[in-house]
Each structure stands twice: as structure tokens, then as C-alpha cells.
Design a protein around this ligand. Structure first.
Ligand code: KG4
Ligand code: ZN
Length: 358
């Protein structure tokens, strides 16, 4: 089955053609980093305009690289949420028009489910139950997946997403955008034990994440030790490198420590670590060590599939298309779309009184 995937939920315009949910025939990604970097974050209005400019040539390029005509695909999959509404709408409208014109089935895909399916390429098939840690600029979630397509959230962030914390800390230290790759590079030359930060823990004992306090602690440390932010591409001091390494080390310990703790209870056969922050080598190393201790396999997407792409959307969509799903033309973007679809009451009870940012 050949599926065209389309992804425009945030700041990447992407299209991909995937065979049988496991083989990438073509994958094209137009990043908007150059547009947003001077603002230190994604500007939603600029993002949707750029998606509008790029969507047609990017989808065309996916077909050119695949050396097939549009009539050769068996269906389409498009990200419907969560994400920025103006950005999502570009992909959703385009996909609906194309599906209608080609008379092919179309399915909507949750962006987070897409990240989970990013490990479908270049890894053996996932064995269930699985535990998936999805860490990106917008999300930090740990999912229990007892069988394909069934999701329960076991942990999530109460404030900033992990990638957001990397981005904010980098911005504060004058390092540039996006912060994750820059911090990782500097951390390689820094001492992760130079600054002692506490691993954030929840007062109510739930295995949730919180990175906002850590971000404040980094700011405070920088101020109190007189570390100057880097200006105009200047060379970062050893103090900044040590701070970057110490910050990264706490984020990694928090993510992997929680995943390991939860894995002991849920006993998964496969661990999945995906999303933009899964590019991070320290996180991959720590998750691999944890998997060894647990005696389970761990799958990561290859680096180019860790950040946003359309191949993962096509892979997730293939499962739905194979099951005979097909959306109507009233398919719409859903900014706050959630992935959990089992044990909802249980979840609500457990989390009563806990307030989350979306
Ligand atoms: O999945 P993604 O491309 O977009 C969202 O869905 O958010 O993730 C982007 C995020 C950014 O916050 C970026 O700083 C982070 O992933 N990131 C990293 C690394 N590479 C990208 N974080 C830590 N280490 C990295 N090497
Ligand atoms: Zn993403």
C-alpha cells in the first residue's frame, strides 16, 4: 500500500510517500528555522503563511522523488492535531482537496501518534506492550501501548515540554534557536556534574515531568555566578558549557528515570523514544542503558525522522487505511487533540485536582 503523508502542524512543511507503513519511498521536509530563528521561537502567523507557500511544491517534490504519479497512491494521511491551528489547516485543506480530486481515501493522524510510528522505519517491528516516551518542542508524554492503536498517558509535563526547556535555556544564554542541538553540542565540552540541579519530582507522587523550575534554576545560577549570555555568535565560556551539560544531564535523568520507574510496573517488551529531543545523544545513551537494565529492547527513530516529518504520519495513517478507515470531507484540524483512548476514567480519577497547561 502506497500512502502520501502530509505534515504541517508546526514549523515544518513535509510530504512523504511510504510503502506498507515501513519503507520510505520519498520524504521531503522544508524547515522554517530560518524564518523563526531571529524571534527565538515559532511565530504562528508566519508559520501558516510559509506552509501556504510551500505545500504545493513540497508535495509535488515528494512525487517527483518517488518517480510516481499521483494516481499511484492508495490513500492519504494528514496531521489533524495537536499543533498550531493556522498551520494544521493548510495541510488538512490541501489533503482533503487532493483526496477528493483523486477519489482516494484520507485519514487524519494525531501528530503524537505519528512520532510513535517514526520508529517503524529502520527498526524491527514493535513488540507489544510498548512504552513510548515522546519528547519534542511541544510535548513530553509517556504512553503505555498495550496493543497497536491503544494509548494511555502515564506521565506528562505539568508546564514546559522538554524541547521547550532546551529552547528557552538556550535563548536565555544567548545561544540561538532551536536550542536542543546547540546545548547538546556545548554539553559535550562541559562537565555535567559542575552545577547540582535537583531532579524535579511531583509532590503528589505521580510520575509527571516539570521543567519550568529547572529553567528558573539555570537562570538563577547564570545570574549568581556572573555568566554572561553569548552575544552575536561569540564563543561560549567554559561556565556556559558546564551549565549546558548540567542542565542536559538533569533533563535526561528526569526523562529516563521516570521511564524506567514506570517500565518496572508496566513491563513493556519494547521502549520507544521519539520526537525532536530524541535526537539527543545523551538521552539515547541513557535510555539504552535503562533498556539493558530492564532487559527490553529500545527503538529510536533515525535522526532525520526524530524531528517533524511526513513519513511518520504516513506510517501511522497506513494502519488506519489498512483497517478500512476513511475520513469524510468535514475532517477538521483539532488543536488540542489527545491521544489517550483507554482507561479514561481511571486517568481522570488519578489526576483529579492536577492542573495542566495544554
Ligand atoms: O518534534 P519536533 O521537531 O517538533 C515538535 O513537534 O515540537 O521537536 C523540536 C524540538 C525543539 O525544541 C528542539 O530544541 C528539540 O526538539 N531538539 C533537541 C535536539 N534536537 C532537537 N533537543 C535536545 N537535543 C537535541 N539534539
Ligand atoms: Zn513533533
Amino acid at each position: 500500500m502506497l500512502v502520501l503523508g502530509i505534515e504541517t502542524s508546526c514549523d515544518e512543511t513535509a510530504a512523504a510517500i511510504v510503502r506498507d507503513g515501513r519503507e520510505i519511498v520519498s520524504s521531503v521536509i522544508a524547515s522554517q528555522i530560518a524564518t523563526h530563528e531571529r524571534f527565538g521561537g515559532v511565530v504562528p502567523e508566519l508559520a501558516s503563511r510559509e506552509h501556504l507557500d510551500k505545500i504545493v511544491p513540497i508535495v509535488e517534490e515528494a512525487f517527483v522523488r518517488a518517480k510516481i504519479g499521483t494516481e499511484s497512491i492508495d490513500g492519504l494521511a494528514v496531521t489533524v492535531g495537536p499543533g498550531l491551528v493556522g498551520s494544521l489547516l493548510v495541510g488538512v485543506s490541501y489533503a482533503k482537496a487532493m483526496a477528493f480530486a483523486l477519489k482516494k481515501p484520507l485519514v487524519g493522524v494525531n501528530h503524537i501518534e505519528g512520532h510513535i510510528y517514526s520508529v517503524a522505519f529502520e527498526n524491527p517491528p514493535v513488540e507489544y506492550p510498548a512504552l513510548a516516551l515522546i519528547v519534542s518542542g511541544g510535548h513530553t508524554n509517556l504512553f503505555h501501548i498495550p496493543e497497536p492503536g491503544k494509548y494511555k498517558v502515564l506521565a506528562r509535563t505539568r508546564d514546559d515540554a522538554a524541547g521547550e526547556a532546551f529552547d528557552k535555556v538556550a535563548k536565555m544564554l544567548g545561544l540561538g534557536y532551536p536550542g536542543g542541538p546547540i546545548i547538546e553540542r556545548l554539553a559535550r565540552e562541559g562537565n555535567p556534574r559542575a552545577v547540582k540541579f535537583a531532579i524535579p519530582r511531583m509532590g503528589d507522587g505521580l510520575p509527571d515531568f516539570s521543567f519550568s523550575g529547572l529553567k528558573t534554576a539555570v537562570t538563577k545560577h547564570a545570574r549568581e555566578s556572573g555568566l554572561q549570555p553569548v552575544t552575536n555568535g561569540g564563543v561560549p565560556s567554559q561556565g556556559i558549557k558546564d551549565l549546558a551539560a548540567s542542565f542536559q544531564s538533569v533533563v535526561v535523568s528526569s526523562l529516563v528515570g521516570t521511564m524506567e520507574r514506570v517500565a518496572k510496573e508496566y513491563r513493556p517488551r519494547t521502549l520507544i523514544v521519539a520526537g525532536g529531543v530524541a535526537c539527543n545523544g545523551a538521552l539515547r545513551a541513557a535510555a539504552s542503558d535503562a533498556a539493558k537494565r530492564l532487559g527490553v529492547r529500545v527503538y529510536f527513530p533515525s535522526l532525520h525522522l526524530s524531528t517533524d516529518n511526513a513519513a511518520m504520519i504516513a506510517a501511522a495513517g497506513t494502519v488506519k487505511l489498512q483497517a478500512g478507515e476513511s475520513a469524510d470531507l468535514d475532517l477538521n484540524a483539532d488543536v488540542t487533540l489527545r491521544l489517550q483512548n483507554i482507561d479514561l476514567e481511571d486517568e481522570a480519577r488519578k489526576r483529579a485536582g492536577v492542573r495542566y497547561r495544554l
